[in-house]
Ligand binder design. Sequence first.
Ligand code: 3PG
Length: 240
Amino acid sequence: MAKLAEPNTIKTWPARAEKPYGESMTLTAQEACKINREVAGLAPIIPVLVVHDAGIARDLAEALVAGGLPALEVTMRTPAALDVIREMSQVAGGVVGAGTLITPADVKAAKAAGAKFGVSPGATDSLIKACEDEELPLLAGAVTATEAMRMLEKGYDLLKFFPAEASGGAPALKALGAPLPQITFCPTGGVSLANAMDYLGLPNVICAGGSWVAPADLVNAKDWAGIEALAHEASRLGRE
Ligand code: 3PG
């Protein structure tokens, strides 16, 4: 695993320099990956959140950030998702992104709601273009060598490995790293406290995504202390 910054120590967010007046204001692949590398370096785990009630969004985000997980992925899978992004973006110390981006309309909506980065289970040309046009740094999903090489050809060398466990898990990701060491991954999908270190120990992994730090039973019970404890446990992975 790459060396991690301590949570909340990165002061230069966002990492992108302003472009001179007159230059096209799209985000290049290199700029997107630079920003996402900074986000991914904040903690070993990015919580993947499916939130149905924007009314609990701030409490949930505060618990996760307090536990040491500042980068939060809010999936666009619920009617409340955009409001959740808006609410969570108010939480000090957090960096809120939108997950499950499928269409250019998703990208526009997520950006307008305040998302600082975008995550997709895959990648299409129209999605990539929308993220570049909207200046939303994209963490695109890839699982085969060809998918990863296609993204690399476009300049993206930081990718999500999804669905991680179902696609062969850490051994498959390790095997991809032999011919493609220039690509760094954030594995997501089936990652848990029990197997996270299998991934985080690989040289081509910067962090992992997982939903286990915000389980539905604790969220429904508004057990913020319990979620903070899970986040703290996850934030120490690879550090002790
Ligand atoms: C997702 O998009 O649902 C993520 O892959 C989360 O997967 P998990 O619930 O297995 O952590």
